[in-house]
Design a binder for this molecule. Sequence first.
Ligand code: GTP
Ligand code: MG
Length: 610
Amino acid sequence: MLQREAWRGREKGAAAACSCTGRVPWPARRRGRGVALAERVVLSRRGLCLSSLESEPKETKQEDAARVDWIGSSSEEVEVEDSAADFTCYDGENDWDEPMVLDEDSEAVYLVGVEFGSAPNFLSKLDQSVQDLIASGESLNELERLANAAGLRVVGATSQKLDKPRPATLIGKGKAFQVRDEARRLGATTVFFDCDLSPSQAKNLEKIMNKKSTNYFTSRSALIEAAEEMDGGEDLFGSASSSSGYYDSYLDEDLGAEEEEEEDCIELEKVTVADRTALILDIFSQRAATREGKLQVEMAQAQYQLPRLTRMWTHLERQSGGGGGASAQNRGMGETQIEVDKRLLRKRISLIKRELENVRSQREQFRRKRARANIPVVALVGYTNAGKSSLLNQLSLTFETPGQNNRKLVKARDQLFATLDPTTRKVRLPSGKKLLVTDTVGFVQQLPSTLIAAFRATLEEIGSADLLIHVVDVSSPYAYAHVDAVESTLREIPGASEVPVIHAWNKIDCIDGGVEPQVMAAATNRSNTVCISAQSGEGIDDLLEAIESNVISLGDMSPVTAIIPYDRGDLLDLIHSQGVMEGVDYLEEGTKVTAVIPKAHLEKFSDFAD
Ligand SMILES: Nc1nc2c(ncn2[C@@H]2O[C@H](COP(=O)(O)OP(=O)(O)OP(=O)(O)O)[C@@H](O)[C@H]2O)c(=O)[nH]1
Ligand SMILES: [Mg+2]
């Protein structure tokens, strides 16, 4: 059964902690959390909280308090000198202090990578950098690290080179059966694919994973074809026996024939199929600590789940009696239930959307307050694990009172997506000027677009920052591909492309092969690029100077009232991306705006001043 009802805890950090009938899902097992308030939720088989179908989000006093924490005291007037502390957003502390231990009890998973050799139509949809990562095998390594970050134990992995994706199963059918056997032999309960699966591909693959080990190949040609497919694959953990005789016992069968499913299903522990997006969403759901973060993750999960609901309800079809396949009547019941759930899920999505709109407008107010106070905001962006949080800790040293250790460290650890909720700290530049630096969620190649859309409120902090520091782990052999992945994600965030960028080439202390001088020289030849070590503090002074020279022109804001002609949408865009819109009125001659904008852009509005 792919779907279960369960009771979900609503206490802090318990978004993914569930208890339910049947197997206790892994987040709850690993963390041993209790359940406070309860609501009905739909869980994937792996225990993923897919979405609540009944309750509307209810504010509790605790949640209100968290909201005030994170928004800051928005109604007060701002004193520029002393109130920088008021601007500290919700302190992205979360409750997973203890390092995640992957022991025998951690859920075992099997990974499948896919490399497409010569399929220009398919590949043209992917970034070159993503292709490079996939071709190098790094993408699959990264998937393993993502799995570990989610608390999963990787027991095996394989990959397949294909000239084009198979519409029904993505990988070849023979390879899929080989994956099934290996995954089962190694005790894996979930098979993760290192790319997105369409809902029907996931459904078909899951059928294969749960077929009994007979009846696959009848003809010799089918066997040879399957053997060739398998030769294109590589068993990365060396655990498969992939001789072409291995599948001799299989007889041919039609994957699409639903009727055969009942007969072929055996009572083994169910193996679930999931893709990279589901894994990333899962990590995010574990990490989300603030109400905003949780809402955003729930939104992304619900949107991801909507087209996949059919898959969750296949158990209803299977329940049809007599072992002779699903009757038309029972299928009808299943479909009706799907429609009900889809409606509930859509309702939930629109509720969360409304909640998130409130979040956005509160953030907007907060930004307005900051802009009036002329405190520049710098956002740290970069690939996950590049060293953003470590850099924030280093930069916040500048604000320590001499003789006192009054620093509140943010968590930096060797783990993908360690930071999810934004954390802001005060930083003092060499000139004495104060600014706010925000640590943000890291990016990764193929970051799910549902996640980018759902995290709009958080990511808008990047689009509205005065300056970005793009932190790059230059010790990684894949640094260029990471830079590409970050830049392509930034292009999807409204306003982010217009914000000036300083490139901080981090981890200069652990560059292998004695090429550090060459890397340093390359940085010197590029504009706005500084080599640093967020760990040792090397290069931080250079970085602070680079920030200073950038924010001098950006930090000062000025109020402006103007009537912008209707053909000057570019000026409205400028206000939205770099300033704060305070009032809009649509007149015959143009849009009357009251806004706060960086002084550097004041000139552009002089012709239209009201
Ligand atoms: N050797 C070395 N290690 C570093 C440096 N900067 C960060 N690290 C390490 O790299 C790992 C990741 O650092 P974080 O600061 O958590 O990276 P992040 O970019 O915030 O990562 P996410 O929040 O997961 O996106 C940690 O183990 C750090 O100790 C550096 O300059 N040198
Ligand atoms: Mg971090």
